[in-house]
Design a protein around this ligand. Structure first.
Ligand code: ZN
Length: 130
């Protein structure tokens, strides 16, 4: 399915809402457009914590890609985003909220296999069970 996010909408919230309304528990998500502001993260593999970076300016969404699975019985959207500034310089990382869009087009491809996230001690992340 394809859809357009509303001006000012948070990407993660919008994708989760759309999946709930369409009963999608597993899938692949692609999105492009532009953000008003964004929060991206880098996972520190030693400390096992995300370093968050706030970007408080308009940026192009060069590429957004993610997936939908279940964590603790709830829908979980995991996405990474590449953003370009007015000079074409790229920044990117793990997508966090609030990342609000100026405009954004998204595609969700439903998958019929369920993926469930379980805590992985080695990485400190909730990874798929398959
Ligand atoms: Zn990530």
């Amino acid at each position: 399915m394809i859809f357009r996010l509303k001006h000012g909408e948070d990407i993660t919230g919008a994708v989760i809402d759309k999946c709930k309304s369409k009963k999608i528990e597993s899938g692949v998500v692609f999105f492009i457009g532009a953000v008003q502001k964004a929060v991206i993260g880098f996972y520190n593999q030693k400390s096992k914590k995300y370093k968050k970076m706030m970007i408080n300016k308009p940026m192009e969404i060069v590429s957004g890609i993610g997936n939908i699975s279940l964590k603790d019985g709830k829908l979980f959207f995991h996405a990474h985003i590449s953003l370009a500034d007015k000079n074409g310089k790229l920044l990117g990382g793990h997508l966090f909220s609030p990342t609000t869009v100026f405009a954004c087009e998204a595609v969700i491809l439903k998958n019929n296999t369920k993926f469930i996230r379980k805590f992985d001690r080695k990485t400190g992340l909730f990874l798929w069970n398959k």
